[in-house]
Design a protein around this ligand. Structure first.
Ligand code: GCO
Ligand code: MG
Length: 402
């Protein structure tokens, strides 16, 4: 029997910080898992190095489900982003190994293709409305079928979701950047620029918008109602999702579709949202929600209730997570959309993947496993660089949800 011989954790910053797990079997087969949790990277690296790696050595890498249950139930302390990201890294690495051993891409092990490609949405943004409209035009020209639109709110400086350079990177300070927020200003402004996007470009593509947990349920209801005729594909994270009940109130008032889940980590965190049909898209990911094994469980539950998938895919999820997401997205019957932002060149010097983009759709080749390689030598050129996500403060100085 082949056994797990080695499990190494790499922390590197090729363009941004990534935590990567590499498992090697006694037969010399390697598997990769992403363990990146933006702004809390070293907590997951320690969870892996200090607590999980010793438990993996000598185990049968083929027993993915059993190892998942052992790590989840065996910790006694359940759920949470650090735990679920660490378990995810192990799980994804083991699927990678299983694929390589079988000589099949992971999507074949998951049941094979349900579709020819994976529709993605790109991120159009601008510091003001004219620059946002230019950005939307650029992505329309590049053939994207779905575009998310965000711009800064006048008087508030920068905002979440707005790119400074080529790539959007919210974790930007060695201490958290504190950014002003006004719900009133946002609620007055956001519907007007989304309307301008529709007026200029029409309805021939999907338009998305991320509220980023900023509104109370009744404010979110008002926002959703005010943009109903713009036919958004979704409004994302209209209110913080810890309180799953809150979505019932939003639902009572608006038909604007709702997506949530990028910061949720387990099936229990989305259970009521799904079974009570309080959302339309579940945004949990392979990296923060326990890997392929657990994500499939969530997506299968969602399928029973006509809730579709829309996994988070910002650049703080490594190319390993993007590849794993595409394997899952190709197979699940209730796929909705995949978030996609290209990684910077430095990142791609360290991770080699076979993911391709054409006409706003992602696909990958038939390479066995995930189809990702990690260049450890190249990674050494990019040492860990501590970075925090920003914090939002209301105009009176009090802390708001970022
Ligand atoms: C999104 C997200 C991200 C997060 C980021 C935090 O919808 O893409 O909201 O941009 O803010 O992933 O690390
Ligand atoms: Mg988001």
């Amino acid at each position: 029997m082949s056994t797990i011989e080695r499990a190494e954790v790499f922390v590197a910053s090729p363009g941004r910080n990534f935590v990567t797990l590499r498992i090697t079997t006694s037969d010399g087969v390697t598997g990769l898992g992403d363990a990146t949790l933006n702004g809390r990277e070293l907590a997951v690296a320690s969870y892996l190095r200090d607590h999980l790696v010793p438990l993996l050595i000598g185990r049968d890498p083929a027993r993915i489900e059993d190892i998942w249950q052992f790590l989840y139930k065996g910790a006694y302390w359940r759920r949470g982003p650090v735990t679920m990201t660490a378990i995810a890294a192990v799980d994804v690495a083991l699927w990678d190994i299983k694929g390589k051993v079988a000589g099949l891409p992971v999507y074949q092990l998951l049941g094979g293709r349900s579709r020819d490609g994976v529709m993605v949405y790109s991120h159009a943004s601008g510091t003001d409305v004219p620059s946002l409209l230019d950005d939307v035009a650029k992505f329309r020209d590049q053939g994207y079928q779905a575009i998310r639109a965000q711009t800064g709110v006048p008087g508030l400086g920068g905002s979440y979701g707005v790119r400074k350079g080529e790539v959007y990177e919210p974790a930007n300070g060695s201490l958290p950047d504190e950014q002003p927020w006004s719900t009133e200003a946002y609620l007055d402004f956001a519907p007007t620029y989304l309307r301008e996007v529709r007026e200029k470009f029409g309805y021939g593509f999907h338009l998305l918008h991320d509220v980023h947990h900023r509104l109370t349920p009744i404010e979110a209801a008002r926002f959703g109602k005010s943009v109903e005729d713009l036919r958004l594909f979704w409004m994302e994270d209209p209110t913080p999702a810890e309180n799953q009940e809150a979505f019932r109130l939003i639902r009572r008032h608006t038909t604007t579709p709702i997506a949530t889940g990028e910061i949720l980590n387990s099936i229990w965190d989305v259970k009521d949202l799904i079974t009570e049909q309080l959302i339309d898209y579940v945004r949990t990911t392979v990296v923060h929600a326990g890997g392929i094994t657990h994500l499939r469980r969530i997506f299968d539950l969602a399928a029973l209730y006509q809730v579709r998938t829309g996994s988070h895919g910002a650049t703080d999820l490594s190319p390993i997570s993007l590849a794993a997401a595409v394997h899952v997205d190709l197979t699940v019957p209730n796929f909705g959309i995949q978030e996609y932002m290209p990684h910077v060149a430095e990142t791609m010097q360290v991770f080699r993947t076979n993911v391709t983009l054409k006409n706003g759709m992602l696909d990958l080749s038939d390479e066995p496993g995930l189809g990702v390689e990690y260049d450890e030598k190249a990674a050494e050129r990019f040492p860990y660089d501590p970075k925090y996500l920003p914090v939002a403060r209301r105009l009176d100085g009090s802390v708001h949800d970022w």
